[in-house]
Design a protein around this ligand. Structure first.
Ligand code: ADP
Length: 165
């Protein structure tokens, strides 16, 4: 016999919290698409901006953070945090059981596969992949940076909050 629904204590059900890690230099419509679809899978999604002191960024950290916070200001399930060090250590710190990543092409898959296997070796954290929506797969932060550097119109590649000028 199936268990009576009243026997379940819904209050103790664990929240499904995921992080979406990346550099977001800057946030693009590709990221935006994955985040919007990702929040339908989890109760909470933390956009985690990884800080790598060896890396040169086009946009300062505070600006990258603002682009994301503004783009998702009406989404209470989303928070933006920054972190340094291993992604799995950050997951443990914020009590997240999942890492969300986007896949654009076979090169992304090969790269992400190695990272997901390593993270699984280091922890119990599962990586969940979403395929990019058609029409968004060519968008990357590095292409956006190239267009900006060369004075091109990048407005069709990023959310409104990134259009600073
Ligand atoms: P990283 O430096 O970790 O590659 P990015 O900010 O470039 O960080 O990307 C963060 C995540 O967003 C990655 O999972 C990446 O595959 C995904 N992503 C980036 N652009 C797109 C896109 N156009 N479609 C789907 N996923 C994307």
């Amino acid at each position: 016999m199936p268990p009576e629904i009243d026997n379940f204590n819904f209050a103790i059900m664990k929240k499904r919290r995921a992080i979406f890690p990346g550099s977001f230099d800057p946030l693009t419509l590709g990221h935006y698409d994955i985040i919007k679809r990702g929040i339908t899978l989890f109760d909470e999604l933390i956009i985690a901006i990884g800080v790598n002191t060896d890396k040169k960024y086009m946009f300062p950290l505070e600006e990258r953070k603002r682009f994301i916070s503004e783009a998702f200001k009406d989404e209470p399930q989303i928070t933006v945090l920054t972190y340094q060090g291993l992604t799995v250590d950050f997951c443990k710190k914020v009590n997240a059981g999942f890492i969300l990543r986007g896949l654009r092409n076979p090169a992304d898959f090969e790269f992400e596969k190695a990272i997901a296997h390593t993270n699984r070796k280091l922890s119990e954290i599962e990586t969940v992949f979403l395929l990019t929506s058609s029409g968004k797969s060519y968008i990357s932060s590095s292409i956006v940076r190239d267009v900006i550097r060369n004075g091109g119109d990048y407005s069709g590649l990023v959310p409104d909050s990134v259009r600073t000028k």
